[in-house]
Design a protein around this ligand. Structure first.
Ligand code: PMT
Length: 405
């Protein structure tokens, strides 16, 4: 699969997004959001309330989206603008959504173009609230949130932090990147081929303690596993990501469980795979752990020239988990790729194994790209070119989706 076809699959490419902007100091962030959506290939149509136009001019959005902005239904270029925008939308995002906007949405009142569009659309709706923390916590607002959730509206944020009032608390508009992530998850759920499925992904290294400050680990950055989690989310799956210690941010809309050792990874996977339709083991768990980790920091003694650490075998996670769902393993190899991968495919009872030569340029640990060969349990072999890890993730998910079908 080429990167071009991955781009076509990107959840926002070619999608029609209606962006509703209501009155809030954070309305300036909606300009960044509009720009990000357009850069991702979406057509963005902005509808605004008069209050929003007090903060950011319609011209700003018009310039960023390359499309007319609808503020006043009666002045719109298009007759029945609210119905037309609502009909074209693959999703409606309201960001920022003020307390007043949410009250109107909950009661079905339509005093402006944003609420009119919301009432007229059958597309999924994503609401990103922004208001003072006391307004957000008010029982009236919370009741409106519950009403809207019960009707299928999805919320992103509000985030905690410093507010325009000078107070600190929940009420900040979610960051544009988080809103884009939530939108990708929402679009995936509404029409992705993994919608309704639960995909479990493991990522990253494990750290097996030698003493309180040292560990046995490896070079896994977690990028491969996080890309699989993100791609599965984009295709509509509910995703649980079980990860060793990595320096990566959690993609929005993903349930992340942090672990450190193989024992912890196994325990969490035993719990979460119980409801899993598929498990992708892209983590690099340590095969061995220090047998007797010291409880205090180990000191070197005068004249000491060497030291010995006895290692005990860790459980094989894949082999220890009860059978169920589509099981996918990885094989990180430095030689005899095919031979070693096929042996692991059989011994670990997998549907298929994704083999990567971790010594090849651009492949394996820490890279943005990977070159893999997929060995299936029925003998089929798919040798893929060097691609982004996100593209590799889609190739893996294609094979999983085919099995689930
Ligand atoms: O994280 P990145 O920097 O993006 O790098 C990606 C990667 C190189 C880590 C990834 O592509 C990869 O190859 N992951 C598997 C690493 C590994 O542990 O390979 P293995 O051949 O040693 O293990 C075979 C399979 O058994 C793997 O699916 C592994 O998760 C699993 N395993 C290994 C040990 C163990 N105790 N239990 C297991 O279940």
């Amino acid at each position: 699969m080429s990167d071009v076809s991955v781009r076509e699959r990107l959840p926002l490419e070619g999608r029609h997004i209606a962006l509703g902007v209501t009155g809030s100091i954070s309305a300036y962030k909606a300009a960044d959001l509009a720009s990000k959506l357009r850069q991702a290939g979406a057509t963005v149509e902005v509808v605004m309330t008069p209050a929003a136009a007090q903060f950011v001019t319609p011209l700003t959005f018009q310039s960023l989206t390359g499309r007319p902005v609808v503020l006043d239904m009666f002045a719109a270029e298009e007759a029945e603008a609210h119905v037309e925008v609502a009909r074209r939308a693959d999703a409606l995002v309201i960001a920022p959504a003020s307390a007043d906007c949410m009250a109107n949405l909950a009661s079905g009142r339509t005093p402006d173009m944003v609420t009119l569009t919301a009432l007229a659309t059958v597309a999924p709706v994503l609401v990103a609230p922004a208001m003072d923390s006391q307004m957000w916590a008010h029982p009236a607002t919370q009741a409106n949130v519950e009403t809207l959730r019960a009707r299928g509206v999805t919320f992103v944020g509000p985030a905690e932090g410093r507010l325009a009032s000078g107070r600190t608390g929940a009420g900040r508009l979610a960051e544009p990147a988080a809103i884009v992530g939530a939108l990708r998850a929402l679009l995936g759920r509404s029409r992705g081929d993994l919608s309704g499925r639960h995909v479990v992904v493991s990522a990253g290294p494990t750290q097996e303690p030698i003493d309180p400050v040292r560990y046995v680990g490896n070079r896994s950055s977690g990028k491969m596993g996080f890309a699989i989690a993100e791609a599965a989310r984009d295709r509509g799956a509910r995703v649980t990501l079980v990860t060793g210690p990595v320096a990566l941010e959690t993609p929005p809309g993903i349930d992340r469980r942090d672990v450190s050792t193989v024992a912890q990874m196994l325990a969490v996977l035993q719990e979460v795979t119980a409801t899993g339709d598929a498990l992708v083991m892209s983590a690099a768990p340590a095969d061995f752990r220090p047998e007797n980790p010291a409880t205090q920091k180990m000191k070197k003694t005068p004249g000491q020239e060497s030291m010995r650490i006895d290692l005990a075998k860790n459980p094989d996670i894949l082999a220890s988990l009860p059978a169920g769902g589509v099981r996918v393993g990885f094989a990180a190899e430095t030689e005899n790729l095919a031979e070693n991968a096929v042996a692991k495919l059989a011994s670990k009872r997998l549907a298929f194994i994704v083999a990567n030569d971790v010594t090849a340029a651009g492949s394996g640990f820490g890279t943005e790209t990977n070159q893999v060969t997929i060995f299936h349990d029925d003998g089929r072999v798919d040798a893929l070119p060097l691609m982004s890890k996100y593209a590799v993730a889609h190739a893996i998910l294609d094979a999983i989706a085919a099995r689930l079908d």
